[in-house]
Ligand binder design. Structure first.
Ligand SMILES: [Zn+2]
Length: 245
């Protein structure tokens, strides 16, 4: 198994989107994860899809190549929720101003209710067009509730951050991994209790973080942290970028 944090960089969030008790911390890091296990290569969330000045290169695509993979190697993409920093990297615009998929051969796993909710939520914006394009894509796999993908990766709807937000877990050689999306996205989401301004249901999201913290400690989960600058992956504050199992 290989697990790689694909850093897309840091960007400024609007002030109102910052945890209420974290002062002067407006830089949000974005890092999708590449997971290679058995015959599958997964991408977990995609980043915003930043393109550089010549509009040819995508940071995540470059990072995937930097670690020795091609974008065609990504067989499956798992999406926790449909905020632009988690799904924007699925797309680019071609010269005719039409959307294309950055990973045309990949199956894309989204919660059905999540995409239907956000097509409506974003209506009359470019995000709605993007999600409609994803909705009509023949390689989109609609998930309904909880389950398991390839007998490897478990998915659970948590809600809280978005209405149908999901998290992923897997076990490999007795190490438990959790990709908590934006429920467990920074070290502060574990153990520390605070209400955020960026959750769909702030009270429930705080409850969820407390509940997941218990599960993380009980099962000694290694957390893959999407928005953490300091820690890519957190195992009792042990930091690693790359696991060559
Ligand atoms: Zn989010």
């Amino acid at each position: 198994m290989k697990l790689i944090a694909l850093n897309e960089g840091s960007y400024k969030f609007l002030k109102k989107s910052v945890p209420l008790n974290i002062k002067n911390n407006y830089n949000i890091t974005v890092q999708p994860f590449l997971l290679n296990i058995k015959n599958f290569t997964y991408l977990i969330d995609t980043g915003l899809g930043f393109i550089d000045n010549d509009y040819k290169n995508n940071t995540i695509l470059n990072n995937i190549e930097k670690y020795g993979y091609k974008h065609n190697d990504i067989s499956k993409i798992l999406i926790t929720h449909l905020h632009p920093d988690h799904f924007g990297g699925l797309f680019r615009k071609n010269h005719n101003n039409k959307y294309e998929f950055n990973f045309p051969n990949s199956m894309i796993y989204v919660q059905k209710k999540e995409i239907e909710y956000f097509i409506d939520f974003y209506k009359n914006s470019l995000y709605s067009d993007m999600l409609q394009f994803l909705y009509n894509h023949k390689k989109t796999i609609f998930l309904n509730g909880n389950g398991v993908i390839d007998n490897i990766i478990n998915y659970y709807i948590t809600g809280g951050h978005t209405k149908y937000h999901q998290i992923f877990t897997l076990n490999n050689y007795n190490i438990n991994y959790m990709f908590g999306g934006d429920i467990i996205a920074i070290p502060e989401h574990i153990d520390i209790k605070f209400k955020t301004s960026y959750d769909f249901d702030k009270t429930y999201a705080m409850y969820l973080r407390k509940k997941l913290t218990k599960i993380i400690h009980l099962n000694n989960y290694t957390c893959l942290l999407y928005h953490s600058k300091k820690y890519k992956i957190k195992v009792n504050f042990f930091e690693e970028r790359y696991f060559p199992y």
